[in-house]
Design a protein around this ligand. Structure first.
Ligand code: ATP
Ligand code: MG
Length: 174
């Protein structure tokens, strides 16, 4: 379906902020990790043809990774921008990072950086493999950039066809 990506991304991030708030107000909870979300979005609405549920799963997984592999109190910066024919969504964390040699492998099934470290964090190592499948199904690309000890950025690009004014007029008439 045709989806406003700015709205969808905001919706997913709002949910993460709500989970934090709930956690902070619940005196019985074993406090999970604290984090701050920063949003840097283009003002322009970006419409993309996507499977909403699957796309939400992808963002959820990347956000959960950003939280899981970051120290307490990290900042997660979420960006949305457009190039001439792509939209680019990115999520940057201030976590432990991924060694250069492992950067491409994190999308492999069951691959986890440093087995011991990852086992302590829980998970199966399937999240990013599934994410890659979903993004490629949408004719998009997913990749990562990282500096060990400083943080990681995950990027998703999707093909984007801007609607010109003629097309908008057509929509208005209906
Ligand atoms: P799950 O199946 O629950 O998602 P997982 O988080 O281990 O398990 P992936 O999401 O596929 O699996 O991630 C694969 C591996 O890539 C992780 O185990 C971790 O080692 C590394 N990784 C992923 N995201 C980050 C990140 N933001 N910072 C550092 N390492 C990361
Ligand atoms: Mg994961």
């Amino acid at each position: 379906e045709l989806v406003n990506l700015n709205e969808l991304f905001n919706y997913v991030l709002d949910r993460f902020e709500m989970m934090l708030e709930k956690d902070n107000n619940d005196t019985h909870s074993t406090k999970s990790k604290n984090y701050t979300i920063k949003r840097d979005f283009t003002k322009k609405d970006l419409w993309v043809e996507i499977d909403t549920d699957k796309f939400i799963q992808v963002i959820d997984n990347i956000m959960n990774n950003a939280i899981k592999y970051s120290p307490n109190g990290g900042v997660i910066t979420c960006r949305l921008l457009e190039t001439q024919n792509h939209v680019i969504l990115s999520i940057s964390d201030q976590g432990l990072g991924i060694p250069k040699k492992d950067l491409n492998h994190v999308f492999d099934r069951f691959f986890r950086v440093d087995k011991a470290r990852s086992r302590a964090q829980g998970g199966t190592g399937l999240g990013l493999a599934i994410s890659k499948e979903v993004i490629e199904m949408h004719h998009g690309k997913i990749w990562a950039d990282s500096v060990e000890g400083q943080g990681t950025t995950f990027y998703i690009s999707l093909p984007y066809h801007e609607y010109d004014d003629d097309e908008e007029d057509l929509w208005d008439e209906n």
